[in-house]
Design a protein around this ligand. Sequence first.
Ligand SMILES: NC(=O)c1ccc[n+]([C@@H]2O[C@H](COP(=O)([O-])OP(=O)(O)OC[C@H]3O[C@@H](n4cnc5c(N)ncnc54)[C@H](O)[C@@H]3O)[C@@H](O)[C@H]2O)c1
Length: 292
Amino acid sequence: MTDRVAQLANHLNYPKGLLAGQVAIVTGSGQGIGAETARLFANEGAKVVVADIDAAKSAAVADSITRAGGQAISVPGDVLDGSYIQSLVAQAAAFGGGKIHILVNNAGYTWDGVIHKMSDKQWETIIGLHCTAPFNLVRAAAPYFRVRDREPRCIVNVSSTSGVHGNPGQINYALAKAGVTGMTKTIAKEWGPQFGVRCNAVAFGHIETRLTAAKEEGAYVTGPGGEKISLGIPQKQRGAAKGDGGAGDYPDIPLRRPGTATEAASSVLAVVSPLFAYVRGQTIMVTGGRGM
Ligand SMILES: NC(=O)c1ccc[n+]([C@@H]2O[C@H](COP(=O)([O-])OP(=O)(O)OC[C@H]3O[C@@H](n4cnc5c(N)ncnc54)[C@H](O)[C@@H]3O)[C@@H](O)[C@H]2O)c1
């Protein structure tokens, strides 16, 4: 083989993509931002563990990645279930040949109510989903992040403008998503110095997914006690946020439109990529400029 041919052959065998050789868990990746994150990670060479409470959607996302030539498995379950968290980490490590490099705590929904009418169940469920579940997952995955093998390790916690600025009707969600910031900085400070773990949060503004679709479309999730929790934003509120349907659309968003799930997921990819190697403990605002 000539040098040039050998060089080309090496190039072809070289792992491709920003996340080549890395193993990633993305919770809530059966649809929306999580599904797009899983897809973009796989495109960049990661082995992706698709993890969602909806087993059919979780399997469909993993299948579509595999059919497109990527590597993914589906490990469905409820992040509020402690035994599922253990099993998710074990299956991810087995899939990753004993390694996990990336964890994205994305699974979640809202269960809104004004302060004086919010039930204990609403409060506890949302804190459990956005704070306790990510903590449980990070703790369970500790043996795979507290390692000194010089490979990249990265945790991204998904937050929201509600956690940064507050939002009427979302006192439970606002507190939970604000908590994500403190958790993120603590992980960055505790696991950064010795193990090089990078941990950041990404706070989304208005991203078009099931969570922000018209409530009248009737989407719902089943809560931990079997409650039917309606998702979405009432049409009247969506209309008010949208504005006049002309140049004055979405007056509180400088880009004048909501973001897409792909745009949101792209920011998560950016944060876990080597391009963000020196960024730690930050809450990155992905809002089209809203709230700056
Ligand atoms: N869409 C937005 O505008 C927006 C804004 C700020 C923050 N967020 C956050 O982004 C994340 C993703 O939301 P999305 O907009 O893609 O919503 P989505 O409803 O489209 O997707 C959320 C996914 O999480 C899964 N999930 C919910 N509860 C789960 C559980 N207990 N265990 C495992 N999986 C579970 C759902 O099945 C679903 O597939 C959430 O944490 C949300 O709070 C979204």
